[in-house]
Design a protein around this ligand. Sequence first.
Ligand SMILES: *Cc1c(COP(=O)(O)O)cnc(C)c1O
Length: 230
Amino acid sequence: MATIEENVRNIWSRIEEAAQRSGREGEKIELVAVSKTVEPGRINEAIRCGIEIIGENRIQEAEGKFQEITEPVTKHLVGHLQTNKAKKAVELFDFIQSVDSERIACEISRRALDKGKVMDVLVEVNTSCEETKFGIEPEQALPLIETISKLEGIKIKGLMTIGLFSDDPEDTRPCFKRLKTFFEEVKSANVPGVEMKCLSMGMTSDFEVAIEEGSNMVRVGTGIFGLRSY
Ligand SMILES: *Cc1c(COP(=O)(O)O)cnc(C)c1O
């Protein structure tokens, strides 16, 4: 089995190649190592191999593990957030990628202001037309962004999506295309206070396709840490 170091190197070279296919440089793309279910020792190891951002999807799990993450790293919440966990999320994370309602945005903002900070967030958009997924519907996303951009405790930095799950990444390409188009629309809307900078799309099975379609932030779990055992 490959080591974490080999995996990280492999993912970066694939990022670089995909970036070149889309006329960009790999360095411009951020790699979030999604470390859910991975024990702190192996997360520390990944950070020593150059990982600068980790992603977790559950508050409770993150709370337990973060005390043991001794290497310096930026922490992103990539999973769905419930309002009753917003306070903890603001304490634990530097960045929240999964804002998909006014209610959760207000709560994050309120809790961040209580702590004297401004939380960087992405708005999660449902691009796959599946009812089971989180994320706001594309038609509702711009009105949501306009509304929550006025909140003082959050700063909107871009968009996130989880593409359609499929064995063939080509099936997911239209989701990424859709989000990229929408990203440009929001950018041109020039909503005050909104900085359309991050386009977070692509996971282990589809990050290269996502980069080809304009992603500048990929979230890779299995590709770095191996298969998850729950
Ligand atoms: C688990 C997860 C990932 C990473 O998934 P892999 O297929 O292991 O790369 C990315 N994004 C989110 C939101 C996740 O929950």
